[in-house]
Design a protein around this ligand. Structure first.
Ligand SMILES: Cc1cc2nc3c(=O)[nH]c(=O)nc-3n(C[C@H](O)[C@H](O)[C@H](O)COP(=O)(O)O)c2cc1C
Length: 193
């Protein structure tokens, strides 16, 4: 939209014209994009579709998934929070942004609800995920030899299938609140429409 102006023959006194010009300049500065774009761009929605997958044995990753979903929704995005047990590799081929929060159990194993997806993604017939952007938050405990292995498996396998990491994987120990908050902040910075 072009700048709003008064026609030269507008039936106003000089003082009225001065006031109206100031008013219209103010309105124009709000509705005219500052740097060249069209006005439709300036009003486009900023939200992105985001799929959050949680793999969790005792609820920690699930709880963080819920928190992340709330934070991203508050930023105007459209998060969908999903139990990994209900997701197949084929579902991921259409997901634009996939955020994985998973713990590691047993001796470097996935938690129960993540086992099927973990196996299916590692199968020879797993689909390419070249249009997917992703990030992984791996929960673990550094007392275990296979620290955060499940999260690392997901990160490496998605990369091998062509998906693009939005940010590097974060592997976190039992005090995960602060690293989780930092991970969320980093994601909010890179998830821009
Ligand atoms: C029986 C058991 C086995 C575990 N094995 C591992 C492991 O191999 N590697 C690791 O990094 N953490 C391991 N952990 C730690 C969990 O990953 C960690 O406590 C995590 O925060 C649990 O998150 P969740 O409640 O989402 O499953 C293990 C914990 C338990 C109780």
């Amino acid at each position: 939209m072009s700048r709003l102006t008064l026609p030269p023959n507008a039936p106003f006194s000089g003082a009225q014209k001065m006031w109206l010009k100031g008013f219209l300049d103010g309105v124009s500065s709000v509705i005219v994009p500052a740097s060249g774009g069209s006005s439709t761009q300036s009003t486009a929605p900023t939200g992105l579709p985001v799929t959050i997958l949680w793999g969790s044995q005792t609820g920690n990753s699930q709880g963080l998934g819920k928190k992340l979903s709330k934070s991203l929704a508050a930023k105007g995005h459209s998060p969908t929070l999903r139990d990994m047990a209900e997701v197949s590799p084929a579902d991921l081929t259409n997901a634009e942004n996939v955020l994985i929060i998973t713990s590691t159990y047993g001796d470097g194993e996935p938690p129960d609800n993540a086992a099927a997806l973990h196996a299916a993604l590692h199968a020879d017939d797993a689909p390419l995920l070249e249009t997917v952007n992703f990030a992984v938050l791996a929960l673990g405990d550094s007392n275990y030899a296979e620290f955060c292995k499940c999260g690392r498996d997901f990160h490496n396998r998605l990369t091998a299938l062509g998906a693009k990491p939005l940010i590097p994987i974060i592997e976190v120990d039992v005090d995960y609140d602060e690293p989780f908050a930092n991970w969320t902040k980093q994601l909010e910075q890179v998830l821009v429409a």
